[in-house]
Design a protein around this ligand. Sequence first.
Ligand code: NDP
Length: 296
Amino acid sequence: MSAANRTPVTVLGLGPMGQALARAFLAAGHPTTVWNRTASKADRLVADGAILAPTAADAALAGDLAVICVIDAGAVRSIVEQAADALRGRTLVNLTADTPERARELAAWAGEHGIDYLPGAIMTPTSSIGNEAASILYSGPEELFRRHRPALAALDASATYLGADPGRAAAHEVALLDLFWSSVSGLMHAYALARAENITAGELAPFAKGIGDLIPIMIDEFASHIDSGEYPGDESTTVSTLAGVEHVIEASEARGIDTAALTAIRASVQRVIDSGHGEDSIARLSDALRVAVPAG
Ligand code: NDP
């Protein structure tokens, strides 16, 4: 498709990510209509060729495909409720991060209002949008994903479709953000402990990267343990893990560093041992973290 006949698209929400999405559509030659609660955030996009609509409903009327990307599902709801009539019979792609349950609730709301709804999750930063570093996950009606794939390729040419459950993209996202934020918080704790021991963050950094290099190996190895239900402890056991965690807690306490996250880790590692699996690999922790079965 030449740039001259690209489909018109709408972008609702112009935070850093919404602006990146609109910029990628413009770069791919899509006539791009934008709307944001704070209109001034559209200034640079308008200078680059975007059309600023006065309301979300006016923006939605500009084409068959609207992409919304704002802070959370509550903001999405407040915007799309005002634009529900305009969106009827059109496709709304929601790239806003929130929980799987809220993704399913929004899908149900869209269904009741005759809006074709495709939820997605952006797993990479703004700088990745529109180039090969982008990773955007979609779930919901496969036909919608296929129909709009040519336009959505402007954002991520290798977009991933995960299945019909509208909550499935968000479920991947929360699990991956769990990994991300736990890792970032662990890194900050490591820097705090190192600094308390007169090691600068820069001095620790090369060794921290060495630890980071181990994570991709563990991701595959532990996935195979968890999916097979077999947890061989021949390389390292849960009892050994507990001893290591204890040392970090003791060293942190000695330097006045917060140990709340580490004591929670210690408690769950202890549960694995108490249930008779101390000689298994620490991948058993994935089972022990399930502390309650949700009602319903
Ligand atoms: P924010 O999460 O800060 O969202 C800002 C946008 O939300 C703005 O358009 C803002 O409007 C709008 N907004 C906030 N509250 C309301 C409200 N009550 N009613 C209407 N609009 C509201 O910034 P991002 O653009 O960075 O993120 C958007 C989404 O993209 C989030 O879900 C985020 O998790 C996700 N994401 C972001 C990444 C990033 O690198 N930035 C990476 C991956 C995902 P206004 O300008 O008027 O305040």
